[in-house]
Design a protein around this ligand. Sequence first.
Ligand SMILES: *Cc1c(COP(=O)(O)O)cnc(C)c1O
Length: 419
Amino acid sequence: MRGSYSVPYAKRGTILGAAEVAALEDVVASDDALTMGAWRERFEERFARHVGARHALSVTSGTVALELAIHLLDLQPGDEVVVTPQTFQATAQPLLGSPARVRFCDVQPESLNMDPVVLKSLVNERTRAILLVHYGGWSADMDEIMAIARERGITVIEDCAHALGARYDGRRPGSLGDIGCFSFHSAKNISTLGEGGMLTFDRDDWAERIDRLRSNEIDGVLTAVPEPTAPAPELLPWMKFTSGAYERVVSEFRRPGTNATLSEAAAAVGLVQMDRLDTLVARRRAIAARLDEVVAAHPYTRVQRPRPGIQHAQHLYTCFLDGPDGARERLVHGLNSRGVEVQLRYFPLHLLPEWQQRGHGTGECPVAEHLWFHEHVNLPCHPGLSDAQVDHLVNALDEALAEALAPAADAQPVGAARG
Ligand SMILES: *Cc1c(COP(=O)(O)O)cnc(C)c1O
C-alpha cells in the first residue's frame, strides 16, 4: 500500500517550482565556485532577518545543526540536560555521545510541547541546558520556560525543525531561546533541494566557533604567541593561513572541525523558498482548519487550538481521539483503507532502545506515553496536496471518524460494516 495512497502523508518528489529552477540556472551559469559564495551569504542574511537573530549559519542538515549546538555547551560529566520526549529522534541523539545526564520532561496534553510545570521540577544546580521542540509548528511556552532557564543560567536550545513560519506573540521561534536549529529536509516547511539546516543565535563567539567547525577548522582557543615558533617564509600577502600557523597556538582544543557547508545551489533555492514561506505556511494552515472542522464535529475528539498570539506553522497536523476501546485503531484502519496515509509522530524518545539502555523507560513521561499509545493521530497536511486530495481527505476523515465511533462498529469488523 505504501506509495500508492490517494493522500500520501508527505509529498513524494518536490514542491519546488519555476522560480527555484531559475535560481538554479543562475547558479550554474555563474563563474563562481559552487560553494561558500554569495548565495549562502544572502540566504543566511535573509534568514537571520526573518527569525530576528543576530546570526544565522547554514549547515547541511537539521541534525548537524543540533549536533553543533549541543557541542557549543561543552558538556562535562555531572552536567544535566532536560529534553522533550515527544520529537524526532535527531533532537536528542547527539546527547548519546555526551557525558551529560539526560532527563526527559513530560509534555502538555494539547500542544505536545515540554510542560513548564514538569520542567520546573526537573531543573537543579547541575542543569546546563534545556532542549525542546516546537512540536508540529506550535511554539512551546517560551515565556515560562525562559523564566525558569534565566533564573539558573541554563542555555535553551530550540529545535525549530517544524517551526519556520510560526509566531509567538509577534516573535519567531529561533529567537526565543539561546540557539535555534532549523531543518530544510524535503518534507519541512521550506526545503533547500532536499537537505539543509541552519543555526540561529545572537552570540558573536558562537558564530566564530560554528563558522570554524563547519569549514574543517578546529574548535579551540587560539592565542597569539609573542615570538613565532619558526621563522615564517616570505609569502604573498594573502597566504595568511600559512603565516597564521607560525603566529598562533591552540591553548585549549575542543573538537575537530567537519565539512557541513551548504552548497550554493541549495542556498539559492532556500532564498527563493523564503519568498514563498508565507504562502506555503498559509496553505498548511488552511488545510489544518478544514481538518479541525471535521474532527471537532465528532464526539471524543480533541483538536489543537493554540491561544491567540501563537501562530501554528502546521508542519504536522495532530488530533486526538479518546473514544470507546479501539476507536483510535479503527480510525487509523478506516483512513488507511480510504487511501489516506496516517502517521503517529513521534514514538516517545525515552522508550527507544538506546535510551532504555541508559536507564530510561515506561512511566517517566506518562502524558506523552498515554497519548502516543492511545489517542494521538497525525494526518497529511502539506502544500503538496491538491484541492481534490484535500477534499478526499476531509470526506475520508468524516466517514472514518463516524465509523470508528459508531456503536455497531464495536460488534462488526470495520470492513464488513462498509459492505
Ligand atoms: C527533521 C527533524 C530534525 C532533523 O533534521 P534533518 O534536516 O532531517 O537532519 C530534527 N528535529 C526534528 C523535530 C525534525 O522534525
